[in-house]
Ligand binder design. Structure first.
Ligand code: NDP
Length: 400
């Protein structure tokens, strides 16, 4: 049916590429393009012969708009799927604009020198995308992504208005290392060491990092400590879910992770301020990334499950009700299927599905959209079909 250009070939991209290759009716052809082309070639080597999808590869610096434009003109994709880092979002959006090709990503733009998590830079493209007649689909991972689709689905089928959303992200996987991150370490540590915040009564409420702790008894996992974080989907859901009074995001962390993080912070290793080292400028956090385990190597060693979902409280026909929509995913089952752990899997599958929604024309409309703005039903069906089945629990335990 079409052709996708996938930019980036790390942990999340590897899963999305496996899934595109399983779905060769839609993905007749993919081009995998990244900074290190040998990684793209190795993945192509592994997958071709197992799929009808034609695979090509290319080297690209996604910070160079001219290079991106030349590549898009050469490949002529229907959609560009950005699975590089958030720093590249605007460059890739510029290149899509110049070439008139749809754009999909999984994480909002962050300037490299300040840890700021806001949609304002990407929303600023709305008018230009409308004029160009192309679609940008923002945040097609799990969170943001599936959690936002769960919100749209709950609103469509279960509520007249949703007043409270708690997004709960639990990773109960054990990789056996004292400290490792499940996706890009630099991006992960920027996110978890930032101040926390939540949306309440039309305002942001800011907290110190990890200041608010709760314990929750997760289905299929059990009790885990979780901490309130700022998370990007709060910003768009606050606009797109009418009647909302409060949205919070919690993520589970083990004691070992938190102790290591605190020590690394205390000695300045998580700083994004450049320092001079042996006559060369380095960024401590980027150096730390280089010595930590590569998340894409965690697949064989990670055991246990993830559980990510949302608890919604609102009103239907004047009566208050609460439901919990969630997915659980087993690290080792993911590894058996695609050679990756569940955090990469739960992001890569929705990245493929979002791309498919644009490629098939199931979702369309010129402009820049957060994922909850489209009809959730076809996406929810696709989650069941492509490896992330979800469940609904009525009257779940509440967070407080
Ligand atoms: P990785 O670091 O494993 O992969 C990133 C890839 O992008 C690498 O292949 C890297 O190339 C490539 N890349 C980086 N810079 C450039 C550049 N300038 N030009 C071309 N390619 C480049 O990251 P992950 O796979 O863990 O994460 C990918 C994305 O997914 C991130 O944006 C992350 O925030 C997002 N994410 C979203 C989640 C969600 O639920 N919404 C959850 C988890 C992650 P090289 O191999 O040379 O380093």
């Amino acid at each position: 049916m079409g052709k996708a250009l996938i930019i980036g070939c790390g942990g999340v991209a590897s899963v999305a590429i496996h899934k595109c290759c399983q779905n060769s009716e839609v993905f007749e052809e993919i081009c995998i393009a990244s900074r290190t082309v040998s990684k793209c070639d190795a993945l192509k080597e592994k997958l071709q012969g197992t799929t009808k999808t034609k695979i090509t590869t290319a080297q690209v610096d996604a910070d160079n708009v001219e290079e991106l434009v030349a590549l898009i003109r050469k490949v002529q994709p229907d959609v560009v799927l950005n699975l590089a880092l958030p720093y590249q979002d605007l460059h890739i959006m510029d290149a899509c604009l110049e070439t008139g090709v749809h754009y999909v990503d999984t994480a909002n733009y962050e300037p490299e020198d300040t840890a700021k998590f806001e949609y304002k830079w990407q929303w600023a493209y709305k008018e230009r995308y409308e004029k160009a007649g192309i679609t940008a689909l923002l945040g097609s991972g799990f969170d943001p992504g599936v959690t936002s689709v769960f919100s749209a689905y709950a609103l469509k089928h279960y509520f007249d208005e949703i007043n409270y959303i708690d997004i709960l992200d639990c990773n109960a996987g054990d990789h056996g290392y004292p400290f490792a991150t499940n996706f890009n370490p630099e991006i992960n540590i920027r996110e978890v060491s930032a101040k926390g915040s939540y949306w309440e009564n039309a305002h942001w409420v800011e907290t110190e990092p990890m200041e608010i702790k709760r314990v929750y008894d997760f289905p299929e996992i059990g009790e885990k400590d979780m901490y309130l974080l700022h998370h990007e989907e709060i910003e768009s859901l606050a606009l797109n879910i009418p009647g909302i009074k409060r949205i919070r995001f919690f993520m589970t962390f083990g004691e070992s992770y938190l102790t290591h993080l605190r020590c690394l912070e205390n000695v300045g290793m998580t700083s994004i301020e450049p320092i001079m080292y042996e006559g060369k400028e380095i960024i401590p956090l980027q150096f730390l990334k280089a010595v930590l385990p590569d998340p894409s190597s965690l697949g064989p060693r990670t055991k246990g499950k993830t559980n990510i979902g949302c608890i919604f409280t609102g009103k239907k026909d004047g009566v208050e009700k609460t439901i919990y929509i969630y997915n659980t995913c087993d690290h080792q089952e993911c590894y058996k299927e695609v050679g990756s752990q569940a955090v990469a899997y739960t992001t890569g599958v929705p990245a493929m599905i979002g791309t498919m929604m644009l490629m098939t024309g199931t979702w369309q409309g010129p402009g820049v959209f957060n994922i909850e703005e489209f009809d959730p039903d076809p996406f929810m069906d696709a989650l069941n079909k492509w490896g992330l089945p979800w469940k609904i629990k009525e009257n779940p335990d509440l967070v407080d």
